[in-house]
Design a protein around this ligand. Structure first.
Ligand SMILES: *Cc1c(COP(=O)(O)O)cnc(C)c1O
Length: 469
């Protein structure tokens, strides 16, 4: 029997994997989650020790995909997804200090961890679309890295038009160029005069318009897409296995924005991985850190930082934790709670729910000066350059870890060359781009600027979809 997927707001009937993948957001405004968690026994985890990343991926993903793909098809798509990575381990660990490890998630084509999920997602889409002879318009909002990963993964693929919104002037040059220099005819960049949260609100409005969605066959590839979460759960498992799981517990520190990555760690934990601690690391945009301290989830103003992929004040995937862990999977309660948040930009959970969250999660906000100091310290003590997002994770991990005897894995979510200016300012050293991207700043760019205005954005997307048909 295949797993079924339910919405966090309980307002739509359960559906299968393929339907959840293409829906992204559920029609009731909620996010899809599996109806129950598949679980690994300890001996099943032990049997995976030493296995290649791809094999761990196949084991972790198979129960989520169910009968929508045969085991051979799943293996084939996983192999293709990771063939373009420039490290054979896909997500290697590097020791940073005593019982401290960096999990390098930036060996994919666009140098950030989002490649790991997106490369697989594009192949899942392609397989299902060709089976059904359908086409889609993929829309995404990006604070930088999602868009690049999506464009790279979907460029030139049949049956897809890709439209990516990014906040004009608020992403790094390398991030922008990675998106705007892709020449494929099915790729379109829209620079929105607003913040990432504005882009995300536009995206939610577009996807929330059922008629438009149907007319254009819209699909979302933001981190609300279940397919991305499940693909990210894999590296928590592979890293923990390498450090002695299932017989040893492991703690993770995760640079966080939309709460997708750290939620994938929670999924791995629910599947039976012995996770001692999940440390939510935020920059000055600290809605998540404040929540785990106070139980109040309140949006503030977005402040630009050196870690722009985390400059977010509304963490979409947080709704999944509220539903699954804090509100006993009560969809109606969640629907009310999210309505309250929509209206007041604030919600508060009861003390017992906060207590339950704190059993597994810790959180810290890291100031810009500490981000810079951490980059300099890591270079001095290990010879290793890390990017500002990863530095937020390292600083928070060191501050929040409870037991030095438990291995601490800190997720390195981007390659330092992707955030050249911040790394050079903090360390005095300029990291080099890998050879395949060395001429990035000489490639021609293609991008349109639009106001932060739903009607204008919608009109343009309709045009692009019509031209592709
Ligand atoms: C997207 C991103 C993050 C934040 O991940 P979430 O899943 O949104 O919490 C952190 N670091 C980098 C480099 C990213 O691209």
């Amino acid at each position: 029997m295949s797993l079924r997927y339910v919405s966090t707001r309980g307002g739509v009937p359960p559906c299968g994997f393929e339907a959840a993948l293409f829906a992204g957001l559920a029609a009731d405004g909620g996010l899809y989650l599996p109806e129950s968690w598949p679980r690994f026994e300890r001996d099943e985890l032990e049997a995976l020790q030493g296995a290649p990343y791809q094999e761990v991926a196949a084991r972790v993903l198979a129960p989520f995909v169910g009968e929508d793909l045969s085991p051979a098809e799943l293996d084939e798509l996983i192999a293709a997804a990771y063939a373009g990575f420039d490290h054979a381990a896909i997500a290697p660990l590097r020791q940073l200090g005593p019982n401290e490890w960096l999990l390098e998630l930036f060996h994919g084509p666009t140098l950030a961890f989002k490649d790991i999920a997106m490369q697989l997602l594009a192949r899942l889409f392609e397989r299902f679309l060709s089976r059904r002879e359908r086409a889609v318009t993929i829309v995404g909002a990006t604070s930088g890295d999602t868009g690049a990963a999506a464009i790279e993964a979907f460029a030139g693929r049949a049956r897809t038009t890709v439209v990516i919104l990014h906040p004009h002037g608020r992403i790094s040059d390398v991030q922008r160029r990675q998106m705007t220099t892709v020449a494929a005819a099915n790729v379109h960049n829209l620079a929105i005069e607003g913040t990432f949260d504005d882009c995300q609100a536009l995206l939610k409005a577009l996807l929330g318009d059922a008629a438009l969605r149907e007319r254009l066959n819209l699909a979302a590839i933001n981190s609300i897409n279940w397919g991305r979460i499940m693909a990210q759960a894999v590296y928590y498992v592979s890293a923990a296995l390498a450090l002695g799981a299932p017989w040893r517990r492991v703690a993770f520190a995760v640079p966080s924005g939309n709460f997708g990555d750290v939620y994938a760690g929670y999924v791995a934990h629910r599947m039976g991985l012995p996770v001692a601690q999940l440390i939510v690391a935020t920059n000055r945009n600290d809605i998540l850190a404040r929540f785990f301290q106070t139980g109040v989830y309140q949006a503030g103003e977005v402040v630009p930082t050196t870690s722009p992929s985390m400059d977010i004040q509304v963490a979409s995937n947080f709704e999944r934790l509220l539903f699954d862990h804090l509100y006993g999977r009560d969809g109606r309660a969640l629907a009310r709670l999210m309505e309250e948040f929509q209206e007041h930009r604030r919600l508060a959970v009861p003390d017992d729910a906060l207590g339950r969250a704190r059993e597994l999660f810790d959180a810290a906000r890291v100031e810009e000066a500490e981000v810079a100091a951490t980059m300099a310290d890591v270079l001095r003590s290990t010879g290793q350059l890390i990017d500002p997002h990863s530095a937020v994770g390292v600083a928070a991990g060191r501050r929040c870890r409870q037991d030095p005897a438990i291995p601490l894995v800190m997720l390195a979510t981007a390659h330092p060359a992707k955030f050249l200016d911040a790394v050079r300012a903090a360390t005095g050293v300029a990291p080099a781009l890998p050879a395949r991207l060395a001429d990035l700043d000489r490639r021609p760019e293609r991008c349109e600027r639009l106001p932060n205005h739903l009607a204008a954005v919608q009109r343009r997307i309709e045009q692009l979809a019509r031209e592709a048909a």
